[in-house]
Design a binder for this molecule. Structure first.
Ligand code: ZN
Length: 241
């Protein structure tokens, strides 16, 4: 099975469409989304429509939950908070209903998926160090888990008791090892590369590849400004930070 994985779309239609056309060339069998379809960008309904059209299996991110009033936004920075409130105001009832259907975790015979981290998916903790990764590996009953949330692509590998971060982001899975994979963000990359990020997991060939694709950043930026969202959300797209 070949999975096309896209995370943290964040209402960025231009980036999402570029990722979808790139993934369509990859002959993908199934699409997966580790959360945060909405928040930050100007096209929440359109991004939800595209996720549904792809029949992508999705889990809920903290922004999806915040828009529904299910996550505490006190810890959000002022700009993120403003974007949540804007999305709550502008998203259709139909869009909200779809977000309500999203579970916090998903698993099938090949993989696990969660937005932030385990064992407490509802607290949306940032997976920042090997100690947290170790905690997460200890509760994983699959060899591989796909996550989002930090907007930084990374592959963490556990080989017996050793945990390390893999680079380059193109690997063949080794027997007896386990992996946590963040495919990066479609709609708001934060690793200094402004191109949209996505991943492909081939469960038969046992490979994971994280790729980038250019998109019309200027168009996404002008929509953010026209929508009255914080201008900083437009400018950061140009830097990928
Ligand atoms: Zn996010």
């Amino acid at each position: 099975m070949r999975y096309g994985i896209f995370s943290d779309v964040h209402s960025n239609r231009e980036a999402f469409e570029a990722v979808i056309s790139a993934l369509k060339k990859e002959t993908v069998d199934e699409f997966l989304c580790p959360g945060d379809i909405v928040g930050y960008g100007a096209d929440p309904d359109e991004c939800i429509r595209l996720v549904r059209q792809l029949k992508a299996v999705s889990v809920a991110g903290n922004h999806d939950w915040a828009v529904l009033g299910q996550a505490d936004i006190h810890y959000f920075n002022p700009i993120a908070k403003e974007a949540v409130l804007w999305t709550r105001e502008n998203l259709t009832a139909d869009g909200k209903q779809f977000l309500e259907t999203l579970p916090l975790t998903y698993q099938n015979e090949d993989l696990l998926m969660v937005h932030a981290a385990l064992p407490h998916p509802e607290s949306f903790e940032y997976l920042m160090n090997t100690e947290m990764a170790g905690q997460m590996f200890s509760v994983m009953d699959k060899d591989i888990c796909f996550i989002g949330h930090t907007h930084v692509p990374v592959i963490v590998k556990q080989d017996q008791s050793k945990i390390n971060v893999k680079n380059p982001l193109d690997i063949k899975l080794q027997d007896g090892c386990r992996y946590i994979v963040n495919v990066g963000s479609v709609g708001q990359p934060r690793d200094g590369d402004p191109r949209a990020a996505y991943g492909v997991f081939d469960s038969t060939a046992r490979t994971v590849t994280i790729k980038r694709v250019e998109y019309d950043i200027k168009k996404a930026q002008s929509k953010i400004i026209a929508a009255g969202l914080p201008p900083a959300l437009a400018s950061r797209l140009g830097y990928g930070e």
